[in-house]
Design a protein around this ligand. Structure first.
Ligand code: IMP
Length: 501
């Protein structure tokens, strides 16, 4: 199918970010826009992302590689920018799987300034998950510890892979303090983590020193450097020379509400996954971006791991259940729940099963809740007003759709400085501070749902009136403009919204 990209107008640089907590289907949208692009760049996060792309009935998931990599043979340049924390082992594993499936990677470019994720980062990330008071429910890919080193001015970069002596010296400086911290944990747990497949099944383990420095130097500056040499370059220079001349597509990871700067801190990731962080991490300024699309699910949202979620279906009970249950268990026991269950907990399970809301990186259950306009307004403020709604088909047949329009604050009087938030106050705007959100009850406007199956619809005018009424409401309430709608995982299940036709 040949797509019509006239809706992008004169834009040369287009970005796709997420307005929720990630997992909104950015991968599919990037894949849809990739034929338009000459260059596709990632700028934030690392192997914590999971980009799912469906193609000819098959599903592909990449964690580190931009999803444009599947178009390499068409000459598309895929960039991993300097804002990314880069795990060479993960990248090589993804490349190997890609090549085995007949795909190429000739046009992949990796920033030599990207910061390395090293075995000690993954070990520390996984160890902190073992202590309840330290655990944020991370993906265990070493992301937080790797970014901490960056801000602590102690990182090793992709460029260091090609300088064995420098790498060894920097590693020595980096690793000492990590080993001391690792020694505070149960040695059998440390051993178990180091024997995980993500850490090469023990190749970096040493009985005495725990981490085998020589082995890290050997593998990283040897085999990994050689496998990656052809791709590593100054991507900032590459993208500066391209901007304004060719079509650039920026591929976001995670979502606004997980941004270290804007999200529900501390239950966030360690990079700024808003448009600002993405542009910078890809080597651009936000001023270079002509058009930003903020993706959100219609009309629900999900989050993985811990943190406040005012509109969660089933509330705390659901959060607790999601932290303890596996996908297999859920599918074995609860497939008969309907998305029209009166009980929010059961309804949440049904929506999760319907939407296949299980982590692409970790397989964890994604917590499910209704769309929240209070939080959306914050995201729009930074990511801009152009919105893409995805997965709308998941709610086909749902009798009532709830949209959160405000909160009632249910906590003790909360001193904000000059102002005090009183118990019972109604809030239509709030900073997504985790502790504040934890004491907010959603106030919903309830809309009738649509009964028809939407996955075969191909124009905005075909979509059920009930769905369009909700879209109009969200637009009027927030100022957002819905530009595209996705009603299934396949490329052709994408509708460019042209309301005036
Ligand atoms: P980290 O990014 O692995 O440090 O995890 C920090 C938080 O961000 C955890 O709650 C993760 O579940 C969440 N997170 C990280 N990446 C993603 C993603 O791609 N989708 C959804 N949640 C994510």
């Amino acid at each position: 199918m040949k797509n019509d990209y006239s809706f992008l107008g004169e834009a040369k640089t287009v970005a796709v970010v997420c307005n929720q907590w990630g997992d909104t289907g950015k991968g599919k949208i990037v894949d849809f826009l990739t034929p338009w692009a000459d260059v596709v760049a990632r700028g934030t996060g690392g192997a914590n992302a999971g980009h799912t792309v469906a193609w000819e009935g098959k599903k592909f998931v990449t964690h580190l590689l931009p999803s444009s990599i599947f178009h390499d043979k068409e000459g598309k340049i895929s960039i991993i920018g300097s804002g990314v924390v880069f795990d060479p082992r993960q990248c090589i594993a993804e490349l190997t799987a890609l090549h085995a499936n007949g795909y190429a990677s000739e046009h992949l470019r990796i920033s030599r300034r990207a910061k390395l994720v090293l075995p000690q980062h993954i070990v520390l990330d996984r160890l902190s998950a073992s202590r309840v008071n330290e655990s944020l429910g991370t993906t265990g890919r070493g992301i937080g510890p790797a970014y901490s080193d960056y801000y602590n001015r102690n990182s090793l970069t992709v460029g260091d892979l090609f300088h064995r002596d420098t790498f060894a010296k920097k590693l020595q400086r980096n690793i000492e303090e990590k080993i001391a911290r690792i020694r505070e944990y149960d040695p059998s747990l440390v051993r178990e983590i180091l024997f995980h497949t993500h850490l090469g099944e023990g190749i970096f383990f040493n009985d005495e020193t725990i981490l085998n420095r020589d082995s890290i130097v050997e593998h990283f500056t040897g085999e990994y450097a050689e496998a990656l040499r052809a791709y590593v370059t100054d991507t900032d220079e590459l993208i500066h020379n391209t901007v304004g001349k060719k079509h650039i597509l920026l591929e976001g990871a995670q979502g606004y509400l997980l941004s270290i700067d804007y999200g529900t801190y501390p239950y966030v990731t360690s990079s700024d996954c808003s448009i600002e962080g993405l542009a910078k991490g890809a080597g651009l300024s936000v001023r270079d971006v002509d058009l930003t699309f903020g993706v959100m699910k219609g009309f629900y949202m999900t989050r993985v791991g811990k943190g406040a979620f005012p509109t969660e279906m089933g509330g705390e009970e659901a959060q607790e259940y999601c932290s303890k249950t596996t996908k297999d268990e859920e599918l074995r026991t609860h497939v008969d729940y309907s998305i029209n269950e009166q009980d929010g907990f059961k309804q949440g399970i049904a929506v999760r099963i319907n939407g296949n809301e299980y982590g692409a990186t970790t397989g964890r259950l994604r917590r499910v809740g209704w769309v929240d306009l209070v939080l959306l307004k914050r995201a729009l403020h930074v990511n801009g007003m152009n919105v893409i709604l995805t997965k709308l088909d998941v709610l086909d047949g749902c009798e009532e759709i709830k949209i959160c329009i405000a909160y009632q604050y249910t906590g003790e009087a909360f001193f904000l400085g000059r102002d005090t938030l009183a118990h019972g106050a109604i809030l239509t705007s709030v900073h997504p501070d985790n502790s504040l959100l934890s004491s907010c009850e959603p106030i919903y406007k309830v809309f009738p749902g649509w009964k028809t199956k939407t996955s075969n619809m191909r124009s905005y005018q075909d979509l059920p009136q009930e769905m369009r009424t909700i879209i109009d409401f969200i637009e009027n309430e927030t100022g957002a403009r819905v530009r595209m709608i996705s009603i299934g995982p396949e490329r052709d299940q994408t509708i460019v919204v042209d309301k005036d036709v």
